[in-house]
Design a protein around this ligand. Structure first.
Ligand SMILES: [Zn+2]
Length: 84
């Protein structure tokens, strides 16, 4: 099988001239660099989502809000499209 180029525009990834099964596997593995799905999910997983008890004090609530905005910031950053 001839070498196969990545179908994503502006991507110059090119597989080796290998067996079709291997080329398909290479393209599949390379395709994950475009989707960012698993990567973003893994990043978010490492950040603990803040929790608060129903009987929290005002200080606990303010702490929760600041933790929550940090959490949202990390999520938004992780979900940005790749500069690829
Ligand atoms: Zn590509």
């Amino acid at each position: 099988m001839p070498a196969v180029a990545c179908p994503i525009p502006d991507c110059d990834y090119l597989t080796e001239d290998l067996d079709a099964v291997i080329v398909a596997a290479l393209l599949t593995a390379h395709g994950t660099t475009h989707t960012q799905g698993p990567t973003a999910a893994a990043k978010i997983d490492r950040v603990r989502r803040p929790v608060i008890s129903a009987a929290g004090t005002r200080e606990e609530w303010e702490y929760f809000l600041s933790r929550w905005s940090d959490y949202l910031f990390v999520c938004l950053f992780a979900l940005r499209p790749a500069d690829h």
